[in-house]
Design a protein around this ligand. Structure first.
Ligand SMILES: Cc1ncc(COP(=O)(O)O)c(C=O)c1O
Length: 411
């Protein structure tokens, strides 16, 4: 099988030739990834003669074409259609709007299930519905591992379940949850499943049809793009949902859940993500992909194999070190977990581990990372929380080794 040419990949990202940035082993990718030059080029081109798009004068036509290209190509990142794909301001704001829209279809006594594993982005908006007569139930993690069990969800689902909001993989526990099994349980009683895929989408091609979910969200700034919240909403849901946009846009299905004026330049720049995948594909494969969904599958196959190599030594170290608690699955298999590792130590604080890593120029963070409820469930102090190291396909074995040298010394 073709292996990822990491030198080629890194040559696409300006950060790796920037004297200030390139000193750092960037292992804080779960917070935000670097962007390739294909993305920065679209952004800077867009601002050369920035105008309101969708009129018939030159620069406006250029702007509309740039945005239309993104709208045509990004649906492949969900394996969905264009009218099911939304470009919102962020995942947090997309769930906020969704909660308002879907509330309209609920009655007193309707039930919403949230987890205590998710980033607050996919918890808070749903929980607030309790003020309007909706019953909110919590699917709880195992307090030792931070993992969710599908059997526990089965006990919470009833014929009043309207929504399950869950994460595909938590930004802390990083373990892949069985979305398809959860969707089956909830669909059997007529409910909808909303999936936060923010921590998963940088690592594997997403196929909403295979997952069987109704709504799927991710943030493009973690998938090598600009700060845009990407959202898939199944067209059957869209047809029913209460319009949150301008009344005269009611018939444009993918305007109903995006009330904000869109960020034109950043939407256009999302096409740069696909242009980056084009470049990776052309460099590694003799045959062009059949379509954009195949393009995404092929490049993510390469990314996953490389990420597997990166994560293996880190997973082995963190799961074997005495007094170190790795959150989530101890499995080092990419099929089970994302290459994101959050851990705490019995001997020293997360802050101290973090400072030692920063001293060695390893980009990372510590704390609760907005998964406040998960950190509390694990009986950790949210301010100190966990140390998190997260990799993507452009990282190298040397960068991971730099982190491991520090961890070996301090843990
Ligand atoms: C798992 C997860 N969900 C949701 C979010 C929120 O995304 P956004 O910043 O686009 O609102 C984040 C951001 O870090 C995240 O890691």
């Amino acid at each position: 099988m073709t292996t990822l040419d990491v030198a080629f990949v890194r040559a696409q990202f300006p950060a790796f030739s920037d004297p200030a940035a390139s000193r750092w082993a960037h292992l804080e990718n779960a917070g935000g990834s670097y962007v390739p030059s294909q993305v920065t080029k679209v952004l800077s081109d867009f601002f050369v003669a920035k105008t309101q798009p969708y009129w018939d004068f030159g620069p406006s036509i250029t702007a509309s074409n740039a945005m239309d290209l993104a709208k045509a190509r990004l649906p492949a990142t969900f394996n969905a259609s264009a009218d099911e794909t939304h470009f919102g301001p962020s995942t947090t704001q997309n769930t906020y709007v969704l909660a308002h829209a879907l509330r309209a279809g609920m009655t007193p006594g309707s039930e919403v299930i949230v987890t205590n594993q998710d980033h607050e982005a996919n918890i808070g908006a749903w929980r607030r519905l309790s003020a309007t007569g909706v019953t909110v139930k919590e699917w709880k993690v195992d307090p030792l591992t931070g993992m969710l069990a599908i059997e526990d969800l089965a006990e919470l689902v009833t014929d009043r379940t309207a929504i399950l909001a869950m994460t595909h993989a938590s930004n802390i526990a990083a373990t892949r949850n069985d979305v398809a099994a959860a969707a089956q349980l909830v669909h059997d009683v007529g409910g909808l499943v909303v999936v936060d895929g923010v921590s998963h989408a940088p690592h594997q091609a997403v196929d909403v049809n295979e997952l069987g979910c109704d709504i799927y969200l991710y943030s493009a700034y973690k998938t090598f793009g600009p700060h845009v919240g990407m959202m898939y909403v199944n067209k059957h849901v869209l047809a029913e949902v209460a319009n949150q946009g301008h009344y005269f846009n009611n018939d444009t299905l993918n305007s109903r859940l995006v009330p904000a004026g869109p960020n034109h330049a950043e939407i256009a720049a999302c096409a740069g993500i696909m242009a980056y995948y084009d470049a990776v594909h052309a460099h590694h494969f003799a045959q062009s992909p059949a379509d954009d969904a195949a393009l995404v599958r092929d490049v993510f196959g390469l990314f996953a194999a490389h990420e597997q190599e990166l994560m293996t030594p880190l997973a082995a170290f963190l799961s074997s070190r005495d007094g170190v608690h790795l959150v989530g699955s101890p499995s080092a298999a990419h099929a089970d977990r994302e290459p994101t590792f959050a851990f705490s130590s019995e001997r020293i604080t997360s802050r101290e581990v973090y400072e030692a890593l920063i001293e060695a120029q390893v980009s990372c963070g510590h704390g609760h990372f907005y998964a406040h409820r998960l950190i509390q469930a694990l009986a950790l102090d949210p301010d100190d929380g966990v140390v998190r190291l997260s990799m993507v396909h452009y990282n190298t074995a040397e960068e991971v080794a730099r982190a491991l040298t520090v961890l070996d010394r301090v843990l």
